[in-house]
Write a protein that binds this ligand. Structure first.
Ligand code: ADP
Ligand code: F6P
Length: 483
C-alpha cells in the first residue's frame, strides 16, 4: 500500500540522553505541532533529525533511540556535531532564517556552511531513497531542506513530490543578494507542487524564478524541462478541535484539578474587578518582536497610567537555537527589558510583566490561552504564527481580543484582529487600550467569525488541499510526458 513520506529537519519528537537513559519530549514550533495531527491520523512515515548528534548516541542507547523513533512511525537522519554546527546553526539559522525574514544585517554567507547544507540535504535524500516505494507521495518541509526535492527527483523522477515553505519567501530585491540563489531555486523546483502560506510569498518566489533563472511562468505554473510545476498558497491551519475541546474541558475543571500556574493566574484575575491579563507566547526569536512588545507595553503604561496595577503582561518565551549569538543577545536584551519595566513600575502587590523562559506542557498553554483577556502577538516578520490562531480557538466563551502584527502571515486571514505595525508603539498602545476596553458584544462578533474560519480551514483541511493539488499536478506531468 502506498504511503506518504513527511520530511522535515526536526522530527515531531525530541530525544535526550542522560546517563544512558533516554527522555522524549514534543518538538516546539508551528511545523511540528501542525503536521503532528496529520501524521497521527494517516498512513505516513516521518523522516528527520532526532535532536541528538551521532556522537551523543552510544552503543547502549542506540537501540532504545531506534525503538522510540519507530514507535512514532519515524525514521532518523543521522547528523554529526559538525553537521549541526554548519548545517543547522550555520546555514539554516545564520543565513536562510535571517535572510528570508528580512534581517539582512544578521545574515552571514559562509562557503563552509553552504557545503555542509548541501551534504546534509544529500544525507536526507539517502534516507528517503532507502524508504520510498513506487506510488508513495513525498512531502518535504521548510527552509532547512530547499535542495532536497531536486536530489530526490534526480533519482526518482516518477515520484510525486510536494514542498512547503513554513517561513516567508522574501522579495526579489532581498533574495537576489544570496550567493547560491540559482542552486536553491533549482533545488526547490525538484518538487511538483510548491506551497507557501500566503500569496505574497508565492509571487515573490515566482518573480525570483522568472528574473534569476529565466524560466517561463504562466499564472502559477512554471515550465521546467518536460515538467509543469505548480506554485500555490495554502495558509496553514491548526488542529482546531484539539484546542477548542481542551479549553472546554478546562472550563469545567474544579479547584483541585488546577495547575499551579492557573492558581497564580487566578490570583491576579480576582485581585480586583477590572484586572486584565495580556498574553504573548513565542520561541525566543528576534523575528518575534519581543523587545518591541515590552517597550510598547512600557509606553502603554506611561501613556495610560490608569492601567498601572490593573493589567499584567504574561510572556512565555520558549528557548530556541541558543547556540546562535543573535539569540543569546536577544535573551540578554529581553531579561534587561523585563527587569527595567518591572523595576520601574512594580508595587508590593503588582509586577507588570510575568516572564517565563521555558517550555511548558500543553495543559499550561491552555491555562494561559484561556485566562488572558488579550493576546498581543507582535512579530517583526513571521511566516504564519499559529499561536494567534490557537488563542482564538480556545476562547470558548467567545470573548477575548487578538492584537496582531500585520507582518505575520496569519494577519491575512484574521481581519477581525486589531492589526498593528510592530514598530509603531503609539499605535500598539492605542490598540491595546481599545482591546482592553472592547465591549463584550464586539469581542464576540470578532472572535466568532475568526473561529468559524479556523474551524473550517483546519490543519487537516490544509493538508487535504495540499495533497489534492499535488495529485492534480501529477496528472499534468503525466499528460505532458505521454504526448
Ligand atoms: P514558530 O513556528 O516560528 O515557532 P508558531 O507560532 O507558528 O511559531 O508556532 C509555535 C507553535 O509551538 C504553536 O503551535 C505552539 O502551540 C507551540 N508551542 C509554543 N510553546 C510551546 C510549548 N511550551 N510546548 C509545546 N508547544 C509549544
Ligand atoms: O516554523 C519555522 C520553524 O523553523 C520550523 O521549521 C521549526 O519546527 C520551528 O520553527 C522551530 O525551530 P527549530 O527546529 O530550529 O527549533
Amino acid at each position: 500500500m502506498s504511503k506518504t513520506i513527511i520530511i522535515s529537519n526536526r522530527l515531531p519528537l525530541q530525544i535526550k540522553i542522560e546517563e544512558d537513559e533516554i527522555s522524549v519530549s514534543q518538538s516546539v514550533g508551528g511545523l511540528a505541532t501542525g503536521m503532528k495531527s496529520v501524521h497521527e491520523d494517516g498512513d505516513s512515515l516521518w523522516i528527520g533529525w532526532s535532536g541528538l548528534t551521532e556522537e551523543e548516541i552510544t552503543d547502549t542507547t542506540r537501540d532504545k533511540v531506534q525503538k522510540e523513533i519507530e514507535k512514532n512511525k519515524c525514521a532518523m537522519v543521522p547528523l554529526s556535531e559538525d553537521d549541526v554546527d554548519h548545517f543547522y546553526y550555520g546555514f539554516s539559522n545564520k543565513t536562510l532564517w535571517p535572510l528570508f525574514h528580512y534581517f539582512m544585517e544578521y545574515t552571514t554567507f559562509e562557503q563552509e556552511n553552504w557545503e555542509s547544507y548541501k551534504r546534509v540535504n544529500q544525507k536526507f535524500a539517502d534516507v528517503v531513497l532507502d524508504h520510498v516505494e513506487d506510488g508513495d507521495t513525498i512531502w518535504v518541509h521548510d527552509y532547512q531542506l530547499l535542495l532536497l526535492p531536486n536530489y530526490i527527483k534526480q533519482k526518482k523522477p516518477d515520484t510525486n513530490i510536494g514542498f512547503f515553505l513554513h517561513i516567508p519567501f522574501p522579495s526579489y530585491e532581498v533574495f537576489r543578494t544570496f550567493p547560491w540563489r540559482e542552486e536553491v531555486l533549482e533545488g526547490m523546483l525538484g518538487a511538483d507542487l510548491i506551497g507557501f502560506h500566503t500569496y505574497d510569498y508565492e509571487r515573490h518566489f515566482l518573480s525570483c524564478v522568472r528574473r534569476l533563472i529565466h524560466l517561463e511562468t504562466n499564472f502559477n505554473e512554471i515550465s521546467y524541462d518536460d515538467r509543469i510545476i505548480k506554485v500555490d498558497s495554502f495558509p496553514m491551519g491548526i488542529d482546531y478541535d484539539k484546542f477548542y475541546n481542551a479549553a472546554l474541558a478546562h472550563e469545567n475543571m474544579n479547584g483541585d484539578e488546577k495547575s499551579d500556574i492557573q492558581k497564580r493566574l487566578d490570583e491576579h484575575l480576582y485581585s480586583s474587578d477590572d484586572a486584565k491579563m495580556i498574553l504573548s507566547i513565542d520561541r525566543l526569536d528576534y523575528t518575534k518582536g519581543i523587545p518591541n512588545r515590552i517597550k510598547a507595553f512600557e509606553y502603554f503604561l506611561e501613556k495610560y497610567p490608569e492601567y498601572q496595577q490593573k493589567v499584567r503582561l504574561i510572556m512565555l518565551a520558549v528557548p530556541s537555537r541558543s547556540n546562535v549569538p543573535q539569540y543569546q543577545l536577544l535573551k540578554r536584551e529581553t531579561d534587561e527589558l523585563v527587569g527595567r519595566i518591572n523595576g520601574k513600575f512594580s508595587t508590593v502587590s503588582w509586577t507588570p510583566v510575568w516572564y517565563f523562559y521555558r517550555s511548558l506542557p500543553f495543559d499550561n498553554l491552555i491555562d494561559l490561552y484561556t485566562s488572558c483577556d488579550v493576546a498581543m502577538i507582535t512579530p517583526i516578520r513571521d511566516g504564519m504564527n499559529l499561536v494567534a490562531k490557537e488563542y482564538v480557538a480556545t476562547r470558548v466563551k467567545q470573548d477575548g481580543v487578538l492584537v496582531l502584527s500585520e507582518m505575520a502571515g496569519a494577519s491575512k486571514e484574521m481581519n477581525e484582529a486589531l492589526l498593528i505595525n510592530p514598530n509603531n508603539f503609539e499605535a500598539i498602545a492605542d490598540k491595546l487600550k481599545q482591546a482592553l476596553e472592547m465591549p463584550k458584544e464586539e469581542q464576540k462578533e470578532r472572535i466568532t467569525s475568526m473561529q468559524a474560519r479556523l474551524k473550517r480551514y483546519s490543519v487537516e483541511k490544509w493538508a487535504e488541499e495540499f495533497f489534492t493539488a499535488l495529485n492534480t499536478s501529477k496528472t499534468v506531468r503525466n499528460t505532458i510526458v505521454s504526448k
